[in-house]
Write a protein that binds this ligand. Sequence first.
Ligand code: BTN
Length: 249
Amino acid sequence: MVSSSITECNIQQMKLRIGDPELKVFTYSNIDSTNEECKRILQKGTHKCLVIADTQSNGRGRAGKSFFSPYGGLYFSIAFPTVDAESVLTCRVGVETVEAIQEACGIRCGIKWVNDLFYKGKKVCGILAEQYNNNTIVGIGINLMPVSIPTELSNIIGFLDFPDIRDQLVENITARILHSSRNRLEIIECYRRYSMIIGKQIICHQGDNSFSALAVGINEFGALEILGPNGRETLSFGEVSIKTNQDNY
Ligand code: BTN
């Protein structure tokens, strides 16, 4: 079903502002997952697309988790033909999204490695980047407006609480990702600056294994450097959570 909130005229203006005539834009009031819809569209021969939805019935997060996607949020995916040769795409998307939110709302979110954006101690944005054939699909979910959420998520999920920035954010983030000109080291430098975990006590989760550590840095490829039970280590996959009672974004 086509989205009620974005008109055909908006789409044309959006494409102009994003500045990519090849980009095809699709909007839905509901879809299972904008990342999955990108895959279906790519299969039909489109090379570059932006899929935006008001809600998702099967929103996907990293590590097979689901992503709660009610009305009031912004859910979109950008698919483009590239493979992540620099292996810093995840950091790039995090950095560009932090800066786009700052431009639109005047607030600075923090990045929790790998790529969750936090504001006032709660997660306001999740990012799922996938390789699909020779394409990259970047899916971004932003909790824009406060909505009622399941009790078990109420300590975890936060909201930006800015009502009128939906189109601006989609355009700005998409343009930044498609036309990003900063090199790997410039992106990593920003990523370190926006990181909310460096210097914090964290719990690292890798598969079934969890352990406490101190987050000491982000290396030049976006991996997390920790001081853990086995001394200094570099983690290139997994999830972390921040131990409570420390200052947060
Ligand atoms: C995470 O928090 O683990 C990543 C969440 C990514 C959610 C976005 S919403 C748009 C796109 N479609 C999906 O199904 N997932 C991503």
